[in-house]
Design a protein around this ligand. Structure first.
Ligand code: COA
Length: 198
């Protein structure tokens, strides 16, 4: 019986559990540090995140905060990559361990996605892009061709990154922003065209 441990019993964790079921996992359980949370998406929360270390089951970290996700993931083994069956992914795409690709996402040819990434519902990543470790392309966001998005950068819901753009590590691109110039300084960027907020 395929068994999966999901670390993080949040809304994001629910969606990850759904993808896991569609990937044939029959036994799913969660870990979460909030002792008040006893179940998630109908699956039990069996203890705190610390229990993930030294565990031999397949596992994935379903925590939206990229720093927390990285901190937990880097101590774990048997990490899986989960891809929703209704995601469209070119045969020439590489995706790192611990990453998840949600329903309706499209990833085109020659893209490299790092480890611990989230390619969220309906997001698109076009040809020849590089998405760094622990980055998140949010729901409905679009990254055009030949972009390089470095580690721990979060592209917000519905944001657009124009083609041939580089975004440095540690950025947050606000919901609905349109990035038309390279971003070389970590920070939060919002608006059309995207401007530095802080
Ligand atoms: C960018 C963001 C992080 C800023 O949040 P914040 O630090 O709490 O900022 P505030 O709400 O205090 O707003 C500060 C200013 O930026 C503006 N602003 C905030 N988010 C903005 C956005 N996405 N686009 C345009 N302007 C935005 C506010 O209107 C405000 O402007 P003002 O000072 O003229 O009133 C947040 O708004 C955002 O877009 N988060 C992404 C959420 C998301 O995409 N989730 C996806 C989950 S899959």
């Amino acid at each position: 019986m395929k068994k999966l441990m999901i670390i993080g019993a949040s809304g994001h964790g629910k969606v990850v559990a759904d993808i896991a079921v569609k990937n044939g996992y029959e036994q799913i359980f969660f870990l979460d540090d909030n002792e008040d949370v006893k179940e998630c998406a109908g699956f039990p929360v069996v203890g705190k995140c610390i229990l993930a270390a030294d565990n031999e089951d397949d596992k994935i970290v379903a925590i939206g905060n990229e720093k927390v996700r990285e901190k937990i993931q880097k101590n774990l083994k048997n990490l899986v990559t989960l891809i929703h069956p209704n995601a469209v992914i070119s045969r020439r795409v590489k995706i790192g361990e611990g990453s998840v690709v949600m329903a309706g996402a499209i990833i085109n040819s020659d893209v490299v996605i790092g480890k611990g990434c989230i390619i969220n519902t309906g997001a698109t990543v076009d040809h020849d892009c590089r998405i760094g470790n622990f980055s998140h392309i949010s729901v409905g966001a679009h990254v055009a061709g030949t972009c390089e998005i470095s580690d721990r950068t979060w592209v917000g819901a519905g944001a657009v990154v124009s083609n041939n753009i580089n975004i440095c590590e540690g950025c947050l691109i606000g919901a609905g922003a349109v990035v038309v110039k390279n971003i070389e300084k970590a920070g939060i960027y919002v608006g059309v065209p995207a401007r530095y907020l802080r």
